[in-house]
Design a protein around this ligand. Sequence first.
Ligand SMILES: Nc1ncnc2c1ncn2[C@@H]1O[C@H](COP(=O)(O)OP(=O)(O)O)[C@@H](O)[C@H]1O
Ligand SMILES: [Mg+2]
Length: 406
Amino acid sequence: MTTISILLLAAAADAAGPVAETLGAAGRALTTVTDPDEAIRRAGEFSLVAIDTVEPPRTAVEVCAEIRRTPALAGVPVLCLARSDDVEERVRFLEAGADDVVGRPFDPRELEARIEGLLIRFQRSRDLAPLAGGEATITTRRHVLACFSPKGGTGTTTIAVNVATALAAHVPDQVAILDLDLSFGQVATHLNVKPRLTLSDLAADDLATREPDVLRTYAEKAEGGLHVFAAPATPEHARIVEPAHVEQILATAARAYRALVVDAGAALDERALAVLDRADAVILPVVPEVGALKALHGLLEFLTEQGAVPAKSTFVLNHLFARDLLAIRQIENAIASRVDAELPYDPALYLKAVNEGVPVVRGAPGSAPAKALIRVASLASGIDDLGEPAPETRRGGLLGGLRRRG
Ligand SMILES: Nc1ncnc2c1ncn2[C@@H]1O[C@H](COP(=O)(O)OP(=O)(O)O)[C@@H](O)[C@H]1O
Ligand SMILES: [Mg+2]
């Protein structure tokens, strides 16, 4: 067995305290440093980095963010120790990219359990990473991507359909899109498929919700190798689909496909919450309109209380209108978040795509909207060469190891 090595960054006064004692227990090799730069420089040599206190003017949150900005350190788990049990403080650490946060006062057994958990998670994701060759760059293991907006008409379906299509272009027949906009979802329309079976049929078939191979038979195939699980035909049918079905279907679909994209619609019910909870990444369209911004801000406040959704979010500013009346700074202030990507306005392209049932990334691949949508797919999935065609040889490698997760 290899020895677990832990790097602890702590201010001089805390360097030999109870945190160090717990981290150094059980045969682990502990190295304690007080200089943040030394911690960042050496982080890659250890199984885990723990950030406790940092001497001013720097802060623990900044050091955590700096480690997380360093691509070479992506495989090193970072555990942060908050000074209090305050939710705000813990959220700041998560937003800075901490893999886990322990509040104070802490019970050594809890700290012990969190370390174990982190080491297991990171070991598992290393085991799942694509094997040698490594042409496909996967910076994280984001596998289930959800697209949600607290308001309709913001581009949720457009983004979900294009992200899924871009992923499917890389690994045909290994990507599925689920339409969980349960009142008149439009994914099938956007992809020009006429579903014979829908998610309400799937929910009613217990075996199919549990067996990946059976589940796949409920998909309709769209052009380009994307599998489509269509929304129920009527709101009446949609009622059959319960939150527990959604959880079960997502778990099984995640085993049946290498990547899943969910159009979670615009209604924050128990089913949408189940999706947001399970998703590895959440794409949130942001439109430059005060009503929609307020709704999004409200959603983010709510989700922050619920868990870590904001930390796994990709904010996409969708220029839905011909004129920009709000500056990006005003928009970012309104949602208290940074915009990660922008979709340009286009008077005809998106509309033509829906009318013809051919997503922009397929129908107009060289266009600015298509390039922007591919960038969104890359940001959310963590795969950064989606714009390029996939050579045959890549098929096994890309997303390959992710298939059996969950
Ligand atoms: N950037 C944009 N510029 C112009 N039209 C857009 C843009 N994004 C989306 N649209 C159009 O807006 C409409 C609503 O988009 P849709 O994806 O169906 O939103 P939602 O799923 O959030 O209700 C569609 O007709 C779509 O073509
Ligand atoms: Mg929609």
